[in-house]
Design a protein around this ligand. Structure first.
Ligand code: FMN
Ligand code: SF4
Ligand code: SF4
Length: 281
């Protein structure tokens, strides 16, 4: 095998990107960042890729921790593809910092605008019908550049975003430990365990048949959008309401978080729920 792509995904956009790039590269293994980095180190391949969504203007914390712990061939061609919906922020810079601490650098960095999937805050947008074809077009372009081992400076945050990131977005990191408190499980739940299998953070297990959250949630939306009974809701109540409201002057999204029953859900149209259960392919 020549290449390995590590991906983190909630709703499949990043998995789809990893697949499109892998198909172009050939002889490529795709590994989920849900796995233990020690199990599949990047020491035996010449091309190493990282594909991930953007959360709160940066790289998902779970993905960052994965890369921190990953051993990588120092001579590999390294590429990074971020999948934001609108604002990539410091996502690639964060990855570059982690790699730099290992004496490595990103040879090729790019971003691909994708459907925004934070369905406990807003319905999917822009319309998948309009956005997905554009995403696919750019993915093919990027895949060809990576296959040609092109060099490209990774995207960086504008000064405007950098000046605001501490005040506007970093407080969300504080919220991570409470991020799964508002999830609810309705009586519709059939204990199928799919929510647990799609969770990229190992944050969900079934205890006596009931999905149970373990407080290291990325809010990736995988469990919410894949539940066959739509049994997972999001409702901020009681102590969480006080806590989150106290923080919400710094974190404006908190004020509108919730999941109306009729809200549209989203999963990348090329990716199935069983694809999301895979650890590698
Ligand atoms: C918790 C959360 C935070 C997000 N923050 C951002 C953001 O700061 N900027 C952005 O452009 N998109 C943001 N998004 C949208 C996702 O990055 C985008 O939909 C991505 O393509 C999802 O990838 P996935 O399908 O691989 O999970 C956020 C989504 C979630 C769930
Ligand atoms: S996916 Fe839905 S129905 Fe299945 S165990 Fe999870 S909450 Fe219950
Ligand atoms: S618990 Fe749900 S939202 Fe949280 S990381 Fe797991 S799948 Fe994503």
């Amino acid at each position: 095998m020549n290449a390995r792509i590590y991906y983190f995904t909630g709703t499949g956009n990043s998995m789809r990107a990893a697949r499109v790039i892998a198909a172009k590269l050939g002889d490529t293994q795709i590994v989920s960042m849900r796995t233990n980095p020690a199990d599949t180190p990047a020491t035996d391949v010449d091309v190493v890729g990282f594909v991930f969504p953007v959360y709160h203007w940066t790289m998902p914390e779970h993905a960052a921790k994965f890369v921190e712990q990953l051993d990588i061939n120092p001579n590999a061609y390294i590429f990074a593809v971020a999948m934001p919906s609108f604002i990539c922020g410091i996502a690639c810079e964060r990855l570059a910092e982690i790699l730099s601490a290992k004496g490595l650098k990103i040879d090729y960095g790019n971003l691909v605008y994708s459907v925004a999937n934070y369905v406990i805050v807003y319905p999917p947008f822009p319309s998948p019908k309009l956005r997905v074809p554009k995403t696919e077009k750019k993915l093919k372009l990027i895949a060809a550049e990576i296959a040609d081992r092109k060099k490209r400076e990774y995207p960086k945050a504008s000064r405007f975003i950098k000046n605001r990131i501490d005040k506007v977005m970093i407080p969300y990191m504080e919220l991570q430990k409470y991020a799964d408190n508002p999830f609810t499980i309705s009586d519709e739940c059939i204990s199928c365990g799919l929510c647990s299998r799609v969770c990229p953070c190992g944050n969900l297990t079934l205890e006596n048949g009931k999905p149970t959250f373990h407080h290291h949630c990325s809010n990736c939306m995988a469990c919410v959008v894949n539940c066959p009974k739509r049994a997972i809701g999001y409702n901020i109540t009681g102590e969480d309401k006080k806590l989150l409201n106290a923080m919400s002057s710094k974190t404006p999204l908190v004020k509108i978080m919730g999941l109306p029953k009729k809200r549209k859900l989203y999963r990348n149209p090329f990716i199935t729920a069983s694809d999301l259960c895979k650890n590698q392919e």
